[in-house]
Design a protein around this ligand. Structure first.
Ligand code: VG1
Ligand code: CO
Length: 543
C-alpha cells in the first residue's frame, strides 16, 4: 500500500467561505498547508460514506492542476475510493454540477469565477453536495469552524497517474475516472433544447459571437455551438482557456467583455452576442446594438419557457435573488406561479429546486439557471435564447421590447465600488442601518419611502434563517434601492448599489436607463453618503 501521511497543520482562521466558496489571492492558497487545511475541513464535514464518489474539477486557472492533485491524494487518504475528474482537471461549474448529480456524493470545484486568475490573481475552492449545488450556509459555517481548529490533515503518496487521458485508472485503492469535461454536459443541453431548430437558424445565416474570455466555456462553446449546431467556425472567440485568462477579468459585463461589446455595438454588429465568465456559470446576452439586463433576461426566458422542449409543460415557480429586478415577478404573476425572493448566491436556490417549487431562477449578476443542474449556467442561457429566437423568428431587441410592452419594464442599474477600505465600507453600511427606522414615510427625491430593512430570509423548505442580506429602501411607487457588500472580493470591500424603477406606461418604455434612474441614483448616493465616505465620484463598474 502507499503511505498515508498525517501532517500537522496550523489552524487557519480566515477560511470562512463567502457568497460562493472560499476565495483568496492565489498566493494565500499557495501557503504551506493552506489548501490542505481547507480541503481536510471540507472532507471531515462532508463525511462521505464508504464507497461514495467525489467529483473534482476547476476552471483551469493558475494552480488548478496542482490543487487537483492535492485533492485527489487527500481524497484517497481520507478513504474515498472513487474520484471523477475532468480531463486536465477541468470542469465548468455547471458541468461539475451535472456530473455530481449523476450519482456522486459531492464535488469540489476549483474556481474564483469572475475574479482574475494567475499568480497575482485569485483562486477559490467550493464544495457542492450530492444534489450538485453549493453547500448550504450551515455546512460552510461548520467547515470554517473546523478549519480554524484543525491540527492535522491526511494525504497519500499515490503511484503515478495522469489527469490527461480519458479513462479509468486504478491508483492504489483509488479508482480514478478521467472524463471528457464537455460531452455529458453537451448531451444534457441537447436533451433540453431544440437543436434542429437552432441548427436551421444558423444554416439560414444567423450570426452569433460567443466570447469565452479565455476561460472554461471555450471548449464547451466550440463543441456545442460550432460542432453540434453548425455555427460558423470562429463564432467562439477567446476560446482557449488560459491560466491567467489572457490577463483579463473574466466577467461577462459591458466593461470587461470589451472585444465582444465593441463588435456588437459597432458597424458590423452580428445578430446575437454572448459571453461567459471564468467558470462558465454566468452569461451576458447582447442583441445587435442592444444590451439585455440579466434581470430582463430571466424574465424573458420565464415568459417564453414553453417554446423550449425542456420546459414545454410550463414552470412550477421561479425565484430571483433579492437585488435582482422584479421583472420576473411580473411574469410570474401573469402566469399565476409563485416567485421567491432569496439572498444573493446560488446556494439559496438549492432547496427550492430540490423540492420542486421552482423551475427557473436567476440573479442580476449575469446568472440564470434552472432545475437541470444546481448551479447557474452560462451556455444554457445562451442556448435558451437561441431556441426562443429560432421559434419566434424575432431579433433579441424585438423580443425584449415586446416583453416590456406586455409586462412593463424594470429600469435597472448596478454600481460596484471595488477595493474600498473595509472600515469605510462597513461605515457606509452602519450609517445606512442607523437610518432604517427613520426612513419609512420620509420623502426622498420626491418619492415616499414605504419600508426600509436589512433583508432577512427564511428558507421555506428547511426553515433556516439568514440575516443581514442587504439594506433595502422600498418606495411606495415600487422603486427600490439596495445596498450590500460583496462576499466574493479579495481586496478590501466591494460596495454594491442596486437601483430599480418600474414603468408600465407605453410611452415611457424607451428611455435611456441613465435618464430613467437619474433621480434615484442621486438619492441612493446621498442617503449612503457614498462620495463623502469613499471619496469615489464614480463606480468601478456600472452595469
Ligand atoms: C457575486 C454576485 C452573486 C453571485 C456570486 C457568485 O456575489 O453578486 O449574485 O452569486 O458573485 O457568482 P457578491 O457577494 O460578490 O455580490 V460566481 O459567477 O462567482 O460563482
Ligand atoms: Co462564475
Amino acid at each position: 500500500m502507499f503511505p498515508t501521511h498525517v501532517i500537522a497543520t496550523r489552524p487557519f482562521s480566515d477560511q470562512t467561505p463567502g457568497t460562493s466558496g472560499l476565495r483568496k489571492r492565489t498566493s494565500v492558497f499557495q501557503q504551506p498547508h493552506y489548501l490542505e487545511n481547507f480541503v481536510q475541513a471540507l472532507l471531515d464535514e462532508a463525511a462521505l460514506p464508504a464507497g461514495s464518489t467525489l467529483v473534482v474539477g476547476g476552471d483551469g486557472r493558475f494552480f488548478n492542476r496542482e490543487a487537483t492533485h492535492t485533492i485527489v491524494r487527500m481524497a484517497a487518504a481520507n478513504g474515498i475510493t472513487h474520484v471523477v475528474v475532468g480531463r486536465g482537471g477541468l470542469l465548468s461549474t455547471p458541468a461539475a454540477s451535472h456530473l455530481i448529480r449523476r450519482g456522486a456524493a459531492g464535488g469540489i470545484i476549483l474556481s474564483a469565477s469572475h475574479n482574475p486568475g494567475g499568480p497575482e490573481g485569485d483562486f477559490g475552492v467550493k464544495y457542492n453536495a450530492a444534489n450538485g449545488g453549493p453547500a448550504p450556509e450551515s455546512f460552510t459555517n461548520a467547515v470554517a469552524a473546523r478549519a480554524a481548529a484543525l491540527a492535522s490533515y491526511r494525504i497519500t503518496d499515490l503511484p503515478p497517474y495522469t489527469l490527461d487521458l480519458i479513462g479509468r485508472q486504478q491508483v492504489g485503492h483509488l479508482t480514478l475516472d478521467v472524463v471528457d469535461p464537455v460531452s455529458a454536459y453537451a448531451d444534457l443541453m441537447a436533451s433540453l433544447f431544440d437543436f434542429d431548430a437552432i441548427r436551421a437558424l444558423f444554416a439560414n445565416g444567423f450570426r452569433l459571437r460567443m466570447d469565452s474570455m479565455h476561460a472554461i466555456t471555450g471548449p464547451y462553446a466550440v463543441e456545442i455551438l460550432e460542432r453540434r449546431l453548425g455555427a460558423a467556425s470562429g463564432t467562439v472567440i477567446n476560446a482557449v482557456p488560459l491560466p491567467d485568462f489572457g490577463g483579463g477579468h473574466p466577467d461577462p459585463n459591458l466593461t470587461y467583455a470589451q472585444e465582444l461589446v465593441e463588435e456588437m455595438f459597432g458597424p458590423d454588429a452580428l445578430d446575437f452576442g454572448a459571453a461567459s465568465d471564468g467558470d462558465g456559470d454566468r452569461n451576458m446576452i447582447l442583441g445587435r446594438r442592444f444590451f439585455v439586463t440579466p434581470s430582463d433576461s430571466l424574465a424573458v426566458l420565464a415568459a417564453n419557457a414553453t417554446l423550449v422542449p425542456g420546459y414545454r409543460n410550463g414552470l412550477v415557480g421561479v425565484a430571483r435573488s433579492m437585488p435582482t429586478s422584479a421583472a420576473v415577478d411580473a411574469v410570474a404573476s401573469t402566469l399565476g406561479i409563485p416567485c421567491f425572493e432569496t439572498p444573493t448566491g446560488w446556494k439559496f436556490f438549492g432547496n427550492l429546486l430540490d423540492a420542486g417549487r421552482i423551475t427557473l431562477c436567476g440573479e442580476e449578476s449575469f446568472g440564470t439557471g434552472s432545475n437541470h443542474v444546481r448551479e447557474k449556467d452560462g451556455l444554457w442561457a445562451v442556448l435558451f435564447w437561441l431556441n426562443v429566437i429560432a421559434v419566434r423568428r424575432q431579433s433579441v431587441e424585438e423580443i425584449v421590447r415586446a416583453h416590456w410592452g406586455r409586462f412593463g419594464r424594470n429600469y435597472y442599474t448596478r454600481y460596484d465600488y471595488d477595493a474600498v477600505p473595509t472600515e469605510v465600507a462597513n461605515g457606509v453600511m452602519a450609517h445606512l442601518r442607523a437610518q432604517l427606522d427613520a426612513l419609512p414615510q420620509r420623502a426622498l427625491g420626491g418619492r415616499t419611502v414605504r419600508a426600509a430593512d436589512d433583508f432577512v430570509y427564511t428558507d421555506p423548505i428547511d426553515g433556516s434563517t439568514s440575516t443581514r442580506q442587504g439594506i433595502r429602501i422600498l418606495f411606495e411607487d415600487g422603486a427600490r434601492i439596495v445596498y450590500r457588500l460583496s462576499g466574493t472580493g479579495t481586496e478590501g470591500a466591494t460596495i454594491r448599489l442596486y437601483i430599480e424603477r418600474r414603468e408600465t406606461a407605453p410611452e415611457r418604455l424607451d428611455m435611456e436607463t441613465a435618464d430613467a434612474l437619474r433621480d434615484l441614483v442621486a438619492t441612493a448616493l446621498s442617503v449612503a453618503e457614498i462620495v463623502e465616505r469613499t471619496g469615489r465620484t464614480a463606480p468601478t463598474v456600472m452595469t
